[in-house]
Design a protein around this ligand. Sequence first.
Ligand code: ATR
Length: 493
Amino acid sequence: MLCVVIKGPTWEEILQQLTAASSYADCVELRLDLFSHIDIVALKQLREAWAMPMIFTLRCRSHGGSYAHSEENRLNEIRQLAALKPTYIDLEYNVLPSFIKEISCSYPEIKIILSYHNFTETPTDLDSLYQEMQHPSAHFYKIAVTANCSLDALHLLIWAKGKEGRVIAVSMGPQGQFGRIIGPILGIPITYASLDDGLATASGQLSAKTLKEQYHFSKLSSLTAIYGLIGDPVDASISDQTHNAFMGSNNLAAVYVKISVKPSQLAEFLLLAKQLPFRGLSVTMPLKESVIPLLDQIDPEAESIGAVNTLFFYGGKIHGYNTDGKGALNAIERTGSIEGKRVVIIGAGGAARAIAYEACRRGASVTIVNRDSEKAHRLANRFSCSSKGLEQMHICTNDGYDLLINTTPVAMPTPSEYILSTAMIMDIKTRPVETALIKCALKKGCSVIYGYQMFVEQAHGQFALWFGNTYSPLIHRENSKHQLQFKRKDAKV
Ligand code: ATR
């Protein structure tokens, strides 16, 4: 159930917000503590006129609310509000049990939500907390806690999914935001949303519009598979927009979320992810190499590359692939064959490895250029190509090249005098669309390949792996999961 939080504060704004919420929400929460004043007569009329289920909440300060008067006054006001018979009343779990019983006995038709808030952490002993909250019992138990990392949100969701839809689990903060999106898949009965971006009442809360339009919230159910991007940082990635748009337009029972995961958290993350309906993950820096020892199976090409950008959860196992190299080369070869062309790759990280591997495989003559020349050398040895330190870039320019690819995060990885106007220039960054390097290349009259072109192609590769026959992009023919030969990591070669 998508619940839009109505915060007022003026009566005019309350009515405007309710009208706007009605096109998105399954129910609304009136945060009465945020209203400039509580007009019982007007609220009564509102209850009578508005069919949508309503949660009344008069939140005290110790639970993050704004109610400014005494606790005695607050409970008296709640008594008056209960007489209006809202669908739900939200009460803090530690108000007097006698008060909770009073409300539930006087108004048995009102469903009581007992709520717990923690603005610093996600407690580890959720079982004890839950037991404590159940005296007296309520319709729902809301546990809104702070996720200091994505693992906190996963722990909370795994714990809550076994609670038969009784627990409204909320991971507050940006690290837990993905948990708000996938909640309904795990039986979390209510997801709170703001009316608009920027009107959130809690950290990490998304707008109803974003949940509905980007994440197709109304279609999420226990049948929806979870996909996502893991890495650190993940904020700048456009994959949540592109992948969800793709999933929506192909009517797939799938959602894609961005999850921040650091290398030190990766092993635990994958163990936890196996306990939830994750089906696929995109992997970005700095995890593309460190994920390899944690996989159950690795595709031989990804193993040769030494980097993985795609995970597929299948049969209780995690399989690793790399679609970066094919993605980059497919984007490049849309303009013509790379065979026999001289390619300079700046950078020697995970992306450079994948591109070098695929470019060599397709018959290009590759030179790796990197600030750490030793690293470039090691990579070049692996794929039998050549290497140079970044300070030797002028040699590449003098020798001539047909294609220059920047795989570093640097806007202008080499001085403009080393950019040949006869060459094609590619930057794998998706943001900004026109990097300094691309701008410089365009000025010189070079043809260019943008990062998003590679992004689209490597995403096609991921979709083909994840969705197989339900989706047939170009890359599918080469990359179908049915055609890939897996090699068990413990098998003798
Ligand atoms: P990815 O997985 O996206 O390839 P990565 O593995 O972190 O990311 O690799 C980034 C590459 O960009 C590395 O080759 C790195 O150079 P080093 O190998 O010398 O570390 C290169 N890089 C990063 N910052 C750079 C900078 N400021 N100047 C030049 N090269 C840089």
